[in-house]
Design a protein around this ligand. Structure first.
Ligand code: SF4
Ligand code: SF4
Length: 194
């Protein structure tokens, strides 16, 4: 499965467009020198459901970034983030040091869409990636102004994924979701160096 494509962010699936989706312009924290915004705050340049009002002059960070749905051909139209409630991102941090692969994938659940763990296509995608040895995270949004938490899934879900035991996969996803919701979330300082 070509998860490394997410690193390139420019290998877009031909013919796949954002359409009415504006999820990343609201959900993501942006901490680039030229542009900053808090997560879960609609960018002032965004018309929700329509797009960027300064598209031709948008900041470089916005030009360079695309979600996983734009980059991964195996995902169908139902995975567009405004339809699925799930924003897919590359994930290279927080992978355990002994884990063999260093390019992972994060399924960030949108606020209000936390029950997406019950969506069978998400369970199937996670099981396939885990079986392929790809580092996989469940992303849980934090309270307003706070960072989300990423829960590493591979070790917890390995046996359920190998057996394609959907009930056990759901059980582990719910445990991960609850852990992410309960976890301490760090307040975001947009001006701080990470
Ligand atoms: S989340 Fe993905 S599909 Fe939606 S606007 Fe952003 S890049 Fe486009
Ligand atoms: S500047 Fe445009 S592309 Fe960038 S976050 Fe705002 S609305 Fe989205």
């Amino acid at each position: 499965m070509p998860v490394e494509q997410l690193d390139l962010a420019r290998k877009l699936v031909p013919g796949r467009e954002c359409g009415a989706c504006t999820v990343c312009c609201k959900v993501l924290a942006i901490k680039a020198p030229e542009f900053k915004k808090l997560p879960e705050v609609l960018c002032t340049h965004c018309t929700e459901g329509a797009g960027c009002t300064i598209y031709n002059a948008r900041p470089q960070v916005c030009r360079d970034w695309h979600c996983g749905w734009r980059c991964l051909a195996f995902l169908g139209d139902e995975w567009r983030p405004d339809r699925s409630g799930i924003l897919i991102e590359a994930a290279t941090g927080d992978i355990p040091p002994d884990f063999p692969r260093r390019h992972g994938i994060k399924f960030l659940l949108r606020k209000g869409a936390l029950n997406a763990v019950l969506w069978p296509p998400l369970q199937s995608a996670i099981a396939s990636l885990v079986n392929d040895g790809v580092p996989v995270f469940l992303g849980i949004p934090g309270p307003h102004g706070y960072e989300g938490r990423n829960i590493f899934l591979n070790y917890a879900i390995a046996s359920a994924a190998a057996a394609r035991n959907r009930g056990a996969i759901v059980e582990q996803l719910v445990i991960a979701l609850e852990a992410g919701v309960r976890a301490e979330h760090r307040k975001i300082d947009l001006d701080a160096d990470d």
